[in-house]
Ligand binder design. Structure first.
Ligand code: PLZ
Length: 443
């Protein structure tokens, strides 16, 4: 391989060689502040130059172990060789044609792979889009057309995007919604299942959700219920057993399209292709984005053929939607070839006990949760369930200073989420855990 992006010898270790951010990052940052609006904030203004596997290197030469994967995008690793090869070859052949004008095979191939790997043994069809939010928008469009109804139900703590409709569907006001309204109507946030806080069984939480939808919204007006099987931005909230199956059953009984937003939880992150599989649920529609194309922008709405065909010819599309370069990437094939589903379990086996051990020593860790390579700790004021976002901020800053990229999450900003690439090695994970240990000791 002769590419310059992913040299065969790429550093695999953490190394901090300047202050964080370093002088070159600071210089670019000053330029950025003049030309990029402050609304586009960066959690850590170190400017990244290149990356491979689970290591990212900034312009000052600092090497970070990446536990965030660009929010769950680089699931098979940065500059994966197969991704680089497929996209380079495709670029030289065809960059754009516009599928709704003159189509190409790659789009069809992605739709076939999604039909094969999403749950459910029935005919499925897929529309491809550019971003997660656009997938959510299209799922709602199609569900409305199919049902002839308008209502959209979502859960508290949900995150579905930043467009006008998806802002309405996202739960948290700051920073996502504040001052950006008015929002799209007919969107309803129902209570969900958050075992650490509500202590409810899955059945009881589902009864609460369903009662809310029936009494406050009215099932007959609901087109769809959109649910993240494990909530992402909301703080890696894993619902209690039985919650999702009860919601699905209710949706089916009431003609409501059950949509799983797997944009963050999907594509092998939890050790199943889609997180919903852990809960024994088969959604009517599955939304994928982020990890689906190794960093290239593409998203999909995959659903029962009869639902997906409800939209009239010409009703769905978009200039760049299903772009051939992004569609040339087959993350599914890489996952199969490299056996990456098993790596989610390997990562959990290393990380989960380490987090539980930290919890036993640091009562500021209220909850440890998650599945596979989608784990989190919720930080509280010791001895209570009061959110402790200050501790999260200290820890993520400490980690950055020591060469580990850690992401926060949660409606109250008091969750640290771990979503490393499935390509991360045990050594890299253990090294990063050491930094986390030191961070807790320094709190
Ligand atoms: N649904 C479940 O996690 C994106 C947002 C980061 P887009 N989450 C990261 C940020 O601050 O913008 C996400 C998600 C779930 C939808 C989306 C939206 O996906 O590709 O960012 O539009």
């Amino acid at each position: 391989m002769t590419d310059t992006l992913a040299p065969t010898v790429f550093p695999t270790d953490r190394r901090v060689v300047t202050a964080i951010p370093g002088p070159k990052s600071q210089a670019i940052h000053e330029r950025r502040l003049r030309v990029v609006p402050s609304g586009v904030a960066s959690a850590l203004p170190v400017y990244i130059e290149r990356a491979h596997g689970a290591i990212v290197i900034d312009v000052d030469g600092n090497q970070f172990i990446d536990l965030g994967s660009g929010i769950g995008v680089m699931t098979i690793g940065h500059t994966d060789d197969a991704v680089v090869a497929a996209t380079s070859a495709q670029l030289a052949e065809l960059t754009h044609a516009m599928f709704t004008i003159t189509p190409y095979e790659g789009y069809v191939r992605v739709a076939e792979l999604l039909a094969e790997h999403t749950p459910g043994d029935f005919a499925k069809k897929t529309v491809l889009l550019n971003s997660g939010a656009e997938a959510v928008e299209n799922a709602v469009k199609i569900a409305r057309k199919y049902t002839g109804r308008t209502g959209v139900a979502v859960l508290e703590h949900a995150y579905h995007g930043r467009t006008n409709l998806t802002m309405a569907m996202t739960f948290k006001a700051m920073p996502y919604k504040a001052g950006f309204g008015p929002f799209a109507g007919s969107v309803f946030h129902a209570p969900g299942s958050y075992p650490f806080h509500d202590g409810l069984s899955g059945a009881d939480a589902a009864t609460r959700t369903i009662t809310y939808l029936e009494k406050y919204v009215g099932a007959a007006d609901l087109a769809c219920l959109v649910v993240e099987p494990i909530q992402g931005e909301g703080g890696f909230v894993v619902p209690a057993d039985g919650f999702l199956p009860a919601l699905q059953e209710w949706c089916t009984a009431n003609g409501v399209v059950f949509v799983a937003d797997e944009i963050q939880s999907g594509m092998a992150r939890t050790g199943a292709y889609f997180a919903v599989e852990h809960f024994g649920v088969v959604p009517d529609m599955v939304l994928s984005a982020k990890g689906i194309a190794g960093g290239l922008p593409i998203a999909g709405v995959t659903g029962r053929a009869e639902i997906m065909d409800a939209a009239h010819p010409g009703g769905l599309g978009g200039t760049f939607a299903g772009n051939p370069v992004a569609a040339a990437v087959s993350v599914f094939e890489s996952i199969e070839r490299r056996g990456l589903l098993a790596d989610a379990g390997r990562i959990e086996t290393v990380l989960m006990p380490a987090l539980l051990s930290l919890q036993s020593r640091y009562p500021v860790i209220g909850d440890v949760r998650g599945i596979g390579a989608m784990l989190a700790i919720e930080l509280v004021v010791a001895g209570t369930k009061e959110p402790n976002p200050a501790a999260v901020a200290s820890l993520t800053a400490f980690a950055a200073q020591h060469g580990v990229l850690l992401l926060s999450a949660g409606t109250f900003g008091n969750v640290i989420r771990f979503l490393p690439s499935l390509a991360i090695s045990d050594d890299q994970l253990i090294d990063a855990i050491g930094v986390l240990e030191a961070g807790f000791a320094s709190l």
